[in-house]
Design a protein around this ligand. Structure first.
Ligand code: NAP
Length: 330
């Protein structure tokens, strides 16, 4: 048994939730084959939902959020991941209803673990985290539909977010003309430094009355959902594809069928949570290899447990920018 610190969320009054650092013991963790000493985690929109009491993400409190974790296996009954291995864990139930990476230890099933790519240490893997995995999976879906740079520009919505920034850098690295769509005018230079060829305001996707607009994009990687996604579909060239992974602008898509039946547009769903580990491993190895995002890595910011409350609050306001890494040693 080992005592450790965890940033846990408590329901302090009906409907009021508060995070604080608690001392826990590894015997408090759920059963599982692999006990991991977590050195780093990363911050995601879903963590902000869990920390704010969203019962769609977390049913019972107190709870330790953190849908991502990286660190060293310290106890194991798994042949694949013996003590001493370094691993990444993302998705499945981690940080939702299983104590997550905002604690210094997690205990999980071995089939939630991926071996750390040799090019990375734990911090580097958490610069990408679920956001990078999701950006990579989204890019994969678009490429599998045949999207290629010579077909025209590709739009990325929620461009300054954790998923958006990595998506911009991967697509630019693949040679696409990337149009970053963002609500943060002051981040245009940053988005261009990641490789965006053009930055346009979020107002470009204000709901309009027309069923279709002039086709402007060969494809799009959407991270926001809601009305902007419905509007985005109207701007896609015939046969183009749009990947959809998020809901910060809302879970409902008030769209018509016209982009689908008059232009053959494809809407592609992206799930990074429950997919087979082999699909995750494929994207992790690309992110650690030819899809690496050196500019995102250079601009990532580190924080300790005491900074989590403020940082998660910014996600809910749509104010967060880029990749945030939780370093348990800070
Ligand atoms: N499907 C999956 O497996 C999966 C995995 C990871 C994330 N997600 C989802 O993907 C979404 C993005 O995640 P993230 O971690 O990148 O979040 P994030 O860092 O908070 O980024 C979201 C970005 O969306 C924009 N935005 C915020 N509120 C908006 C609004 N009301 N209308 C339009 N745009 C808005 C902002 O960018 P700008 O200011 O630049 O516009 C914001 O930075 C979330 O919904 C998350 O739950 C899904």
């Amino acid at each position: 048994m080992t005592a450790f610190q965890a940033w846990r969320v408590h329901e302090v009054a009906d409907g009021q939730f508060e995070g604080r650092v608690d001392t826990q013991d590894t015997s408090d963790l759920p059963a599982g084959e692999v006990l991991i000493r977590v050195s780093h985690s990363s911050l995601n929109y879903k963590d902000a939902l869990s920390a704010s009491g969203s019962k769609a993400v977390t049913r019972e409190y107190p709870h330790t959020p953190g849908i991502d974790a990286a660190g060293e296996v310290v106890e194991s009954s798994s042949e694949a991941f013996p003590a001493g291995s370094t691993v990444i864990v993302t998705g499945y139930d981690l940080g939702m209803n299983t104590a997550g990476g905002f604690g210094e230890y997690i205990r999980v099933p071995s089939d939630w673990c991926i071996a750390m790519p040799s090019a990375w240490d734990a911090r580097q893997s958490m610069i990408y985290g679920t956001a990078g995995l999701t950006a990579g999976l989204s890019v994969n879906k678009l490429l599998r539909m045949g999207l290629a740079p010579d077909q025209g520009p590709v739009a990325v919505t929620g461009a300054t977010g954790a998923v958006g920034t990595i998506a911009v850098e991967i697509l630019a690295g693949l040679g696409f003309d990337v149009v970053a769509i963002s609500g943060k005018t002051d981040q245009a230079d940053h988005l261009k430094s990641l490789g965006a060829t053009d930055v346009v305001g979020r107002d470009r996707l204000e709901p309009g009355k027309k069923p279709l607009e002039k086709p402007a994009f060969a494809g799009a990687l959407d991270t926001v959902g809601g009305e902007p996604l419905a509007e985005l579909l109207k701007h896609i060239k015939p046969g183009g594809s749009v990947s959809c992974c998020g809901l910060v602008a809302g879970p409902k898509i008030p769209a018509t069928v016209f982009p689908f039946i008059l232009r053959g547009v494809n809407l592609l769903g992206v799930d990074s949570v429950e997919i087979p580990l082999s699909e995750k491993a494929d994207v992790w190895s690309r992110l650690a290899g030819d899809w690496a995002c050196p500019k995102t890595e250079a601009s990532a910011r580190d924080l300790g447990k005491s900074g989590l409350g403020d940082a998660l609050g910014r996600f809910l306001k749509g104010d967060s920018v880029g990749s945030l890494v939780l370093d348990h040693s800070l």
